[in-house]
Design a protein around this ligand. Structure first.
Ligand code: GLU
Length: 479
């Protein structure tokens, strides 16, 4: 069997992390099976869809490291790949259903349907259609058309149970009576989601429909349409939703939900892919850091969880930090530099900036945090950043340490890590100040902070002159 899967975004916004996860799973499955991934743009909601969002989604997918074998920008044998360019096809298949008596023209306005439902059921029920136009005579149809009414086309849902298999959820059954005759073509002739998806999945020879389980309630309608059109029904894989920490569906309320936002904050694509792929799946090895290659090799739907996954931004941050620390330094410099630039730092000395980023990347979850960590390397004046820091500076023992340090520094030609450690040992011997009371004041004098990167590395990168300047500034008589 030819494995063909599709990712079918609606270009009505940037790529949501939930959709990104669907795209990733489709991609991994396609590559694992040596099948094809089709990118299909579902842009029949003309009011909300834009080309700019389509481009944005494609950019974000590529940024994640995903590619596709067929799509709007990659012609294949089953195009076009934008639903807006396939409207004639949907018309053609709707006509087939009309001819076969499996669909009918409906002239009712939504208001009329609602009013009838209200009269019959005692309450409005927008979703329900009462079959009013199912058996119109030709004369009745002509009368409606003379009134200027433009019909929709509805699919006539047969009675009986609709069964389908889902790889993750098993045998699923829906009762036909619970689904009213639904619209497949709107009055403007444009196909609805459920109809377009079926025509496309069938004509594009999709073997597996892998999508979020929020679509599960659409699937019986789609199965009915596949059957009515004599298409073979694809295999369904409905993957569990991603929920926020409060167990509601992940949405804007939960903060960053688009891939673009993560990209702009300096997350690495491999961290996002790795994290999202682990949301409801785990490698048999138990390893959590997994490259795309390993994901492709080890992926197996049988190891996929059936329950919803909770989006844990702390874990994502941990993973992203890991990738930042383990990526080639030059890449992190290239990605991190714009953040320092935007913070207004002088980044003209590439060698210096490289060393700054090399130190600072040890302490960030994402690259937008670099300026905060790196600021100690760009300041000309150090001021204690907290009360605790100010108190430490003022201690008599600290002042003794600063004087001794300055004296020793004077005699040294250059300040490398070894020299610094030696100086600290000597000061300890001479002043009797040790441990925290020796190291902390030096850190505060040089950075203004009580916590921060490894002190010897900080000292070396600041260099002798700046260290001298800051220690002078820290002396009480100069404050
Ligand atoms: N355009 C739909 C969506 O973005 C695709 C659903 C499907 O995969 O069938 O939710």
């Amino acid at each position: 069997m030819n494995i063909r899967v599709r990712f079918a975004p609606s270009p009505t916004g940037y790529l949501h992390v939930g959709n990104a996860r669907t795209a990733i799973l489709n991609w991994i499955f396609a590559r694992h099976e040596k099948g094809a991934l089709i990118l299909r743009i579902e842009d029949t909601d003309f009011e909300r869809s834009t080309r700019a969002f389509e481009t944005g989604i494609c950019e974000d997918l590529r940024w994640l490291g995903l590619d596709w074998d067929e799509g709007p920008d990659r012609d294949g044998d089953f195009g076009p790949y934008r639903q807006s360019e396939r409207l004639d096809l949907y018309q053609e298949y709707a006509q087939k259903l009309l001819k076969a008596g499996k669909a009918f023209r409906c002239y009712c306005t939504p208001e009329e349907i609602e009013a009838r439902n209200k009269a019959k059921l005692g309450q409005p029920d927008q979703g329900k259609y009462d079959g009013h136009c199912l058996h119109l005579t030709d004369e009745q149809k002509r009368a409606y058309e003379a009134e200027g009414r433009k019909p929709v086309i509805r699919f006539h849902v047969p009675e009986g149970t609709i069964h389908f298999q889902d790889v993750l959820k098993g045998d699923i059954a829906f009762e036909g009576e619970n689904i009213s005759d639904f619209i497949i073509l709107r009055s403007d002739g444009v196909a609805t989601y459920n109809f377009a998806v079926v025509v496309d999945d069938a004509l594009m020879k999709i073997s597996h429909v892998i999508r979020g389980d929020d679509h599960l309630s659409n699937t019986p309608k789609q199965v009915l349409l596949f059957q009515a059109l004599n298409f073979s029904v694809p295999t369904f894989v409905h993957i569990p939703m991603i929920l926020g920490p409060d167990r509601s569906k992940l949405s804007k309320r939960h903060g960053m939900t688009s891939v673009r936002m993560y990209r702009e904050k300096g997350y690495l694509p491999e961290a996002i892919v790795n994290y999202l792929s682990l949301l409801s799946w785990s490698s048999e090895s138990g390893d959590e850091i997994l490259s795309l290659e390993r994901l492709v090799k080890e992926f197996d739907f049988r190891r996929m969880s059936r329950s919803a996954a909770i989006f844990d931004s702390e874990k994502l941050n941990w993973m992203n930090g890991w990738y930042i620390r383990n990526a080639p330094l030059e890449r992190i410099v290239a990605l991190g530099l714009p953040f320092l630039e935007k913070a207004g730092y002088d980044v003209s000395d590439r060698n210096f900036v490289t060393q700054v980023i090399d130190i600072a990347r040890g302490y960030v979850d994402y690259l937008a945090q670099l300026p905060e960590i790196a600021k100690i390397f760009f300041q000309e004046k150090v001021s204690p950043e907290s009360e605790e820091a100010a108190e430490i500076l003022a201690l008599e023992s600290s002042q003794k340490v600063f004087s001794a340090f300055l004296q020793k520094l004077d005699a040294k030609e250059k300040l490398d890590a070894e020299t610094f450690k030696r100086i600290m040992k000597e000061i300890q011997k001479e002043t009797g100040v040790k441990g925290k009371w020796l190291w902390m004041p030096v850190r505060v004098a040089l950075t203004g902070q009580v916590h921060g990167p490894e002190l010897p590395r900080v000292v070396v990168l600041l260099g002798k002159e700046k260290c001298q300047k800051f220690l002078e500034q820290a002396l009480a008589k100069n404050r």
